[in-house]
Design a protein around this ligand. Structure first.
Ligand code: MLC
Ligand code: AMP
Length: 505
């Protein structure tokens, strides 16, 4: 027995004294240091009684220790559940309760608010701050620097990532060791990652993109990362000359293009720019090439599946497309009603099958059955087509979803909060184009008869319930919502009406 994910990503670097993480203060963390950090954290977690399969919910700032917490979970056979640092206590309590986490790791500032939740669930709570301090780190420091890796199989769970749903209730996507490892190994090959690569890492590490795509790929290839706490244009421009590759959401690339310091010279030595998590406008792709000579490589993935398709490394990277299915991944376009496969060129729902596809939603067999077919195909909720050259185009979504700066936002979750406010009869939340975030949230509120909802008070209520990135950038009062003859709200009419609100205000 062994632990495939740990062995292939982390264990194989044992004894290497070369840098793994380059930090903004100029210091480095070697592979050896990193593995020691992870081993010490693994000791803390097992000594407090955590057993293989237990969930570890972590809402922590990006830091080497936060990444080591992930490695420690893999090594100790625990299920890692990273949580967006923007989530409010209301949001967190759902994830923690739903997952039945045995350990909560959070910033010291959040401990007082989360302690009662931990107590109710009989979960332990430890702190880990952005500077690496906290009760977890204090205890870890006193632990041995090696840990006997717990045996796991490819089918064992490695992580839970929560994704929102169209009903407003988030679902825990269960990802196995095999899901994560197969995808990382495929991407290393497809994108030609080697131990010479230096990845500029400015993504958050609580999502698939920053954690599994960026970090796992670098680890599998044995490369290193310039590990920035967040996307800060000054830092990115300063560090770019030291990198060979970068991965980002489209906002990263539009922000770079908006900066005159981002020139052909600054990126001349770069080997690869990858974009994903949201649509990259063909226009951005073209501008990027004009400015730098590089063609951004766009790929398509999701929480439940990791990466599914990619434009080619060699060969034409076609703007406005997400390329071809990755080796081992099958993609088909089906009719949403009948589920029958459609001929190439026709638009339908995108379904995917492969070793990358998750095991299902935690304790939600009905939702799993509705989206993951018995034959292994996962219904992504995205709409697309395959063109005559085999390139896949994403043309829309069959799910009511807004993607803002790479973060997914489900309108239902916001509508439920808006509908609850005094004087509000109903609401509709839509995504409209935004120059920086790609799309942003607009809330349309209908007053009750004689009601006079106070929009500022509503925004305050939203603040306490929902993470900042989900807040409507604007609320609009309307007498009624457009509906079709079946009574269904016609969000397309609202989207058309407010289409240019943020692009040509
Ligand atoms: C931050 N804010 C956002 C936001 N990010 N609002 C909407 N959408 C976002 N994405 C808030 C801030 O809290 C702030 O609030 C205000 O908006 C402006 O902040 P900013 O300073 O401009 O934002 P910044 O901190 O620079 O963050 C923007 C960003 C970041 C794009 C760099 O959101 C980011 O790193 N996004 C990447 C998301 C990601 O990794 N997605 C991958 C999901 S995995 P205030 O109060 O100051 O106004 C996935 C699968 C796959 O999708 O295929 O990869
Ligand atoms: P998430 O649930 O956060 O993993 O987001 C997954 C969703 O992001 C997918 O279902 C798509 O809608 C979207 N997405 C990811 N990559 C791309 C891309 N390259 N182009 C368009 N949409 C994308």
């Amino acid at each position: 027995m062994a632990n495939p994910l740990y062995d292939s990503l982390f264990g194989k670097h044992a004894g290497k004294s070369t840098p793994f993480l380059h930090l903004p203060d100029g210091s480095n963390i070697t592979h050896e240091d990193f593995l020691a950090m992870a081993a010490q954290i693994a000791h803390v977690m097992t000594r407090i009684g955590l057993k293989p399969g237990d969930r570890v919910a972590a809402q922590v700032q990006k830091s080497p220790q936060a990444l080591a917490l992930y490695a420690a979970c893999v090594q100790a056979g625990l299920v890692f559940l990273p949580l967006n640092t923007a989530y409010t206590v209301d949001e967190l309590s759902y994830f923690i309760e739903n997952s039945g986490a045995s350990l909560i790791v959070c910033d010291a500032g959040s401990e007082p608010a989360l302690a009662p939740i931990a107590e109710d669930l009989e979960a332990r709570i430890k702190t880990l701050n952005g500077d690496g301090s906290g009760s977890l780190a204090d205890q870890a420091m006193r632990m041995p620097t090696t840990f006997t890796t717990i045996d796991r199989s490819a089918d064992d769970l490695a992580a839970f990532l929560y994704t929102s749903g169209t009903t407003g209730r988030s679902k825990g996507a269960m990802l196995t060791q095999g899901n994560l490892l197969s995808n990382a190994q495929t991407l290393v090959k497809e994108w030609r990652f080697t131990s010479d690569d230096v990845l500029l890492h400015a993504l958050p590490i609580f999502h698939t993109h920053g954690l599994f795509v960026a970090s796992n790929v670098t680890l599998a290839a044995g490369g290193c990362m310039i590990f920035l706490p967040k996307f800060d244009i000054e830092e990115v421009i300063a560090r770019l000359p030291l990198a060979t590759a970068m991965m980002g959401v489209p906002t990263f690339y539009t922000r770079l293009l908006d900066d005159d310091r981002f020139t052909r010279d600054l990126s001349a030595h770069m080997r690869l720019f990858v974009s994903g998590s949201a649509p990259l406008l063909a226009e951005t792709h073209v501008q990027f090439e004009e400015r730098t000579g590089h063609r951004i490589l766009e790929r398509y993935g999701m929480t439940e599946t990791n990466m599914n398709t990619s434009n080619p490394y060699d060969g034409e990277r076609r703007p406005g497309t997400v390329g071809f299915p990755l080796p081992g991944v099958e993609v088909k376009i089906t009719n949403p009603e009948s589920g029958k496969t459609l001929p190439d060129g026709e638009v339908g729902q995108i379904e995917v099958r492969g070793p990358n596809v998750f095991k299902g939603y935690w304790q939600m067999p009905e939702k799993t059955a509705a989206e993951l077919r018995a034959d292994g195909f996962f219904i992504t909720g995205d709409l697309g087509k395959i063109d005559e050259d085999g390139y896949i185009h994403i043309v829309g979504r069959n799910k009511d979803l807004i993607i803002s700066g790479g973060y997914n936002i489900y309108p239902k979750e916001i509508e439920l909060v808006l509908d609850d406010q005094p004087g509000v009869l109903e609401s509709a939340v839509i995504g409209v184009p935004h120059p920086d975030f790609g799309e942003t949230v607009l809330g349309v509120v209908v007053p009750e008869k004689g009601g006079k909802p106070d929009l500022e008070e509503i925004q305050d209520a939203v603040k306490t319930s929902l993470a900042r990135f989900k807040h409507p950038r604007k609320l609009i009062l309307l007498d009624e919502l457009p509906r079709n003859t079946m009574g269904k709200v016609q969000k397309n009419i609202l989207r058309d009406k407010y289409q240019t609100m943020f692009t040509h205000p």
